[in-house]
Design a binder for this molecule. Structure first.
Ligand SMILES: *Cc1c(COP(=O)(O)O)cnc(C)c1O
Length: 357
């Protein structure tokens, strides 16, 4: 007798092979300083007044769609509201990729959900390198992605912070017309707005931009993102998305977050966080415990420790940061930019480990 449940024989191979997404939250790690998930340190409160929860919500709340289209400088029929950018990734794979046949391209190291989503839907992955994306010629990149339905470009890239120029993405998109959709994940774009590709949407049918309220907008708990793209490109996605993806409550909070005062406040917070990042980079550069720093755009810094064991002291004191295996080495660490007090905890830890090496 095996101890496999009877249903295991019903599972498709690709589902049986999955490992569940693991985070500090899902692992129930205890901590007091959370710098592991690139969340904003700014807490947001919401006053909501809901009168009619007996009715289904507007599938795509017009007030939110209009506010976001204004914010992103695109037309309102070029916007779909999703449950986070993660749902945007999933919708694109489900809409455009045929299981067991199609494939997607990604540039490693990058955000983990592209692979998780592709694996879930039995879609093949063409793994390319960030080095090719950043330093390769457009024609070489086009060759390397050939045969992919979707080409994911995380810009700025998580976890390296690297950015690809708008011009290069435009060239790639142009060369891939009628061959592939270029998906630019702009989860961190508010931290370096000039890199946004949203303005290219009017020129290219095969470009989709993913956005979120989880990072600079400080609303990770709300689960709200946006997909931006040409009307024709989004039309099939509208057939695949759940009938009522956005709750009435979420729509109201998102609408408030996108009023002009709230956007001004978000931009002020971004300035403060970008300054704090520069300070953190200074500290890291001075630490003998740190061997390499990938300082790019975004509200995080990724670094390599001289020794992975140096992280234990942080975890033991409740300072939670995100360990990574990058370039086949397991001593990388990503630190999210928190508030002054949270970064003070990082400084204390750095002082302690610097004395150890
Ligand atoms: C955080 C993150 C997301 C997820 O955003 P949600 O809107 O919270 O689903 C998507 N892409 C990247 C690159 C991220 O870092």
């Amino acid at each position: 007798m095996t101890n496999k449940p009877a249903q295991a024989t019903l599972l498709p191979d690709n589902i049986a092979a999955l490992t569940a997404y693991s985070s500090a939250k899902s692992e129930k790690i205890s901590g007091n300083t959370w710098l592991n998930a690139n969340e904003s340190p700014y807490t947001k409160e919401a006053c909501i007044e809901i009168r009619a929860l007996n009715r289904y919500p507007d599938p795509q709340p017009q007030v939110v769609i209009d506010a976001y289209s204004t914010y992103a400088s695109v037309d309102s029929d070029q916007v779909i509201m999703t449950r986070g950018a993660d749902e945007g990734i999933e919708l694109l794979v489900r809409t455009y990729c045929e299981p067991a046949k199609d494939r997607i391209s990604l540039f490693l190291p990058t955000y983990g959900m592209y692979k998780v989503t592709a694996d879930t839907h039995n879609v093949q992955i063409n793994s390319l390198s960030q080095d090719l994306l950043l330093n390769g010629e457009v024609k070489d990149i086009i060759n390397a992605v050939s045969g992919s339905k979707l080409v994911f470009i995380c810009n700025p890239n998580n976890p390296t912070g690297a950015v690809t120029s708008v011009e290069k993405i435009a060239e790639l998109t142009k060369s891939l017309a009628n061959k592939a959709i270029v998906v630019v994940d702009e989860a961190y774009i508010e931290f370096s707005e000039s890199y946004s590709c949203a303005l290219l949407i009017k020129d290219f049918d095969n470009l989709v931009v993913l956005r979120t309220l989880s990072k600079a907008f400080a609303l990770a708990g709300l689960r709200t993102g946006f997909m931006l793209g040409a009307k024709n490109t989004l039309a099939p996605v509208r057939k695949v998305i759940a009938p009522y993806p956005v709750s009435t409550v979420v729509a109201q909070i998102a609408a408030n977050a996108l009023c002009s005062d709230a956007i001004t406040q978000m931009r002020r917070q971004v300035v403060i966080l970008n300054k704090a990042k520069a300070t953190l980079i200074d500290w890291l550069e001075q630490s003998p415990a740190v061997s390499k720093i990938l300082s790019g755009e975004g509200n995080f810094v990724t670094l390599q420790l001289k020794d992975k064991a140096l992280l234990t002291l942080a975890t033991n004191t409740g300072l939670i940061m995100r360990p990574f295996k990058l370039y086949n080495q397991d001593n990388w660490l990503r630190i999210s930019i928190g508030n002054e007090q949270e970064l003070k905890s990082v400084k204390d830890w750095l002082n302690a480990i610097s004395a150890q090496v």
